[in-house]
Write a protein that binds this ligand. Structure first.
Ligand code: 6LW
Length: 491
């Protein structure tokens, strides 16, 4: 059957995948958001259901000092001998660590740290040995894909760290993974940076410690030469073999520009699936002539179903900023009550919870009821603390207003406002590729608040590694805001 990319839409970058007990499990990075490292399950590699997060406790995920796009970088998930391992970097503490579980639906362990530097750590298991790899520096100060053997119970290094591959010459050599396929060890890596020059390269050796020979046709996957094409920035991937058919694929990140000729993306880096073919020379090639396109074929008679509607009931998918104070949040599945503080959305720790904006055409709406003097609460199109569009109810001297405020770096202004009859209104946002359109319903009256362009909350403007989140927020030390009837729909 034909499937469509991306297979997981919205801000889900740096995917890594493993197979266990006939099913597939996938994780992505999460940066300053809590809980950390979204976890997905699939029977067929195309349809993925989020089943939770890996890092659910502050003891695993200290994010107090994480700046936007700091915190948790790319994770790797592996399954060995009945145990799942997720290894990643908290770039804010500068530590590489892994956590484990025997129950994929349960809690994961406390972190086990590994004293090797670099980001994008990966694990490889063979014959009772465990190998740890990152884009680090070896004991002689050489940077590259660096490997050591570790004691998997303690994380303690059992060998020196050795740089075993220096890549094919692209900048930002990262995302290494090691596999043994046939008689070869293969390294895959990303190069070129996670922007328009991104790519996946590979090398192989008969010996785990090298020497590794780079593939003469590197990169094996890149869209860097596909001008005027919506899917860009493909790279950072992990190989997986489909169990019942033997087909090989690579799950990897990529992003979708708002238009073929407009190089802006605001939905974040998303998860893609691209077929891989091993050739008679033992090297592999990927995609359509080494590029990722929207549609590919996979064996099987199933259909690609996409979830089209999200609500408070999707409890696994609501996220918070850094280490939230959960006494400020009450949720019942049908209602969120948020208590504000003096921290606004322009700070690191507002009262905020959100769900990813997943596709260009969407609608979000919510009934918001505000109380408390000098308070503000509403919906936000949130890229980071400097780039967000806020549709809010505000209290001032006993009067209530609905307000649209645009925050684009240093340019901040109130685009529109009306007096409300009461402290309650329905706030609505609708989007296409180019604009967010804002509306306020005050009883029978509907007010059109106009639109704001998607490009000004895109990564090309805001920088960083995340994507837009549709958020609920409350601000003001006496603020209490009740959010009901939330809906978020996609075409
Ligand atoms: C990630 C690195 C990358 O750790 O971006 O695209 C970094 N690749 O491998 C942040 O996602």
């Amino acid at each position: 059957m034909i499937y469509k990319n991306p297979i997981i839409k919205g801000f889900y970058p740096d995917p890594s995948v493993c197979c266990a007990n006939g099913r597939y499990y996938l994780v992505t990075s999460s940066f300053q958001y809590f809980p950390g490292v979204p976890l997905f399950e699939s029977d067929d590699l195309v349809n993925w259901k989020q089943i939770g997060h890996v890092l659910t406790r502050k003891s695993q995920l200290p994010l107090e000092y994480a700046h936007s796009s700091g915190g948790i970088f790319a994770p790797t998930i592996r399954y060995n001998d009945g145990t799942f391992f997720m290894v990643t970097t908290n770039t804010t503490t500068g530590k590489n660590f892994y956590v484990t579980t025997n129950d994929i639906y349960g809690q994961w362990s406390e972190p086990i740290f590994v004293e090797q530097d670099g980001i994008d750590p990966s694990l490889y298991f063979e014959d009772g040995h465990a190998y740890f790899m990152s884009n680090g520096t070896d004991d002689d100060g050489n940077g590259g894909i660096t490997q050591c053997e570790i004691d998997i119970k303690t994380g303690i290094k059992l060998s020196e760290s050795k740089t075993i591959w220096k890549g094919s010459g692209g900048r930002y050599l990262e995302s290494p993974h090691l596999y043994k396929i046939g008689g070869y060890y293969y390294i895959t890596a990303a190069e070129g940076g996670t922007e328009y020059g991104h790519m996946i390269t590979c090398a192989r050796s008969r010996n785990i410690w090298g020497e590794y020979e780079g593939y003469s046709q590197n990169p094996v996957l890149t869209n860097r030469n596909l001008g005027g094409y919506a899917i860009q920035g493909v790279g950072h991937g992990d190989l997986i073999q489909k169990q019942n058919t033997g087909e090989w694929f690579i799950v990897h990140l990529g992003f979708r520009q708002i238009d073929m000729w407009q190089p802006f993306h605001h939905l974040g880096r998303e998860t893609f699936l691209t077929p891989v073919k091993f050739n008679s020379d033992g090297w592999f090639t990927a995609g359509q002539n080494g590029t990722t396109v929207e549609e590919f074929e996979i064996q099987g008679d199933f259909i690609q179903t996409g979830k089209k509607s999200y609500s408070f009931a999707d409890t696994d998918e609501w996220i918070y900023l850094r280490n939230p104070d959960f006494s400020k949040y009450e949720t019942s599945g049908e209602k969120f009550v948020l208590y504000g503080t003096e921290n606004t959305l322009d700070t690191h720790t507002p009262t905020f919870t959100g769900i990813r904006h997943r596709d260009f055409e969407s609608t979000v709406s919510c009934d918001v009821h505000l109380s408390g003097a000098n308070s503000e609460a509403g919906l936000t199109v949130y890229m980071d603390e400097n780039h967000h569009y806020d549709l809010a109810i505000m209290e001032n001297s006993g009067k209530y207003q609905a307000v649209l405020r645009l925050n684009i770096g240093d340019a901040k202004y109130i685009r529109n406002s009306i007096e409300l009859k009461s402290s309650r209104a329905v706030l609505e946002i609708a989007s296409d590729n180019f604009v967010y359109c804002f509306k306020v319903r005050d009883g029978e009256n509907v007010y059109d608040f106009g639109s704001a362009q998607t490009r000004y909350v895109s990564t090309e403007v805001a920088c960083g590694f995340t994507g837009v989140i549709y958020g609920l927020y409350a601000a003001g030390k006496d603020c209490k805001a009740e959010f009901t009837d939330f809906s978020n729909n996609y075409v």
